[in-house]
Ligand binder design. Structure first.
Ligand SMILES: Nc1nc2c(ncn2[C@@H]2O[C@H](COP(=O)(O)OP(=O)(O)OP(=O)(O)O)[C@@H](O)[C@H]2O)c(=O)[nH]1
Length: 319
């Protein structure tokens, strides 16, 4: 084990060549990064070396020395700060004194320097190992953060997805509306198509709930197919779907409704007993940016109701 303590002979030598300096608790001898000019030998009391960057401090006591790189190299930037932990006395050996000692006692100083270098190399190796470990810990933390982020985004996705059809659910729709940038629609207008299956209760009653689920999935697929890249197909609940579409005018909106009604009408599900056929009714209206979801919805719902009253399997368009 390499120590920081001087032999009695070294101690006597350095003490004779140094300037004796009393220190009080808390006194700063030097700060990290400062250019060093001298090394220190402790006669009494304790000195704390502070390495910073999350590394452990080190407390040195009587007959131990520190800051020697300053006299070996000169103007060396201090790797640690030194603060008196308690009151005491230190010997300050500056570069000139060290050079003098080197001339007078080369053998003793050579042994001292060899020991110091070995100590410094061992400390550096420890430091590198510690940093490598810290780096590995950081990489692991980063990995688990990445995993948590992925899990979180999967969880968020699930929370906003309708389990039966895989379409976005009402929560996802609200999120989409919150993030909607109507300015970005350029020449297009936002429109709502509210889509509801006709006589769905009868389909359930006559064919069973599982067949009803298949019918919902098939209609969901048509709503999804009807949606453009930035549009939102969604299941609001039960047999009610919505499509937030970007259209150029009323004709464009009517065409979207006509195509969707026709697409559902053409579906043939083997699981459904004839003569039951799937059909939907649609209420479609524009969504002015100044209004909120509930006013868009009530307008589309009133139009949907009219389409149902007229016998279903059709659409009604409003402003
Ligand atoms: N299979 C199945 N049925 C559902 C699901 N959610 C709601 N339903 C049923 O959907 C039916 C909706 O019935 P209604 O609201 O009366 O609608 P409808 O029979 O289509 O009548 P109209 O809308 O007037 O044409 C109810 O019988 C619900 O039990 C589901 O996830 N799966």
């Amino acid at each position: 084990m390499l120590g920081r303590a001087l032999s009695d002979e070294e101690l006597r030598l350095f003490a004779a060549a140094a300037r004796r300096q009393p220190v009080t608790a808390g006194e700063v001898l030097f700060r990290r990064g400062e250019a060093g000019q001298s090394m220190f030998v402790i006669e009494s009391g304790q000195i704390r070396l502070e390495f910073g960057d999350g590394l452990a401090d080190r407390v040195l006591g009587p007959s131990e020395y520190f800051g020697e790189l300053a006299v070996f190299i000169g103007q060396h930037s201090r790797m640690a700060g030194a603060v008196a932990e308690t009151g005491g006395v230190v010997h300050v050996v500056d570069q000139a004194a060290f050079e003098r000692l080197l001339g007078e006692q080369p053998g003793l100083l050579a042994r001292f320097m060899r020991r110091s270098f070995a100590y410094l190399v061992a400390s550096e190796t420890q430091l590198i190992l510690g940093l490598r470990r810290r780096n590995e810990d950081l990489m692991q933390t980063l990995d688990s953060l990445r995993q948590t982020r992925t899990e979180l985004s999967i969880a968020q996705q699930l929370v906003r997805t309708d389990e039966l059809t895989g379409l976005v659910n009402r929560r996802g729709l609200y999120r989409y509306i919150d993030e909607l940038d109507c300015e970005a629609l350029a020449e297009q207008h936002l429109a709502l198509l509210l889509i509801d299956l006709d006589d769905f209760k009868r389909i359930n009653d006559r064919n069973g709930h599982l067949a009803g689920d298949s019918a919902l999935r098939a209609v969901a697929e048509e709503v999804r197919r009807a949606a453009g890249p930035m549009e939102l197909p969604c299941r609001l609940g039960g047999d009610e779907f919505a499509l937030l579409a970007h259209v150029s005018d009323a004709g464009d909106l009517a065409n979207r409704a006509i195509r969707l009604v026709a697409a559902v009408r053409s579906l043939r599900l083997p699981i459904l007993r004839e003569p039951l056929r799937l059909s939907v009714s649609i209420g479609a209206c524009f969504c002015p940016p100044g209004e909120d979801w509930s006013s868009w919805y009530s307008r589309a719902d009133a139009l949907l109701y009219q389409a149902k009253v007229e016998g279903g399997d059709g659409w009604r368009l409003g402003d």
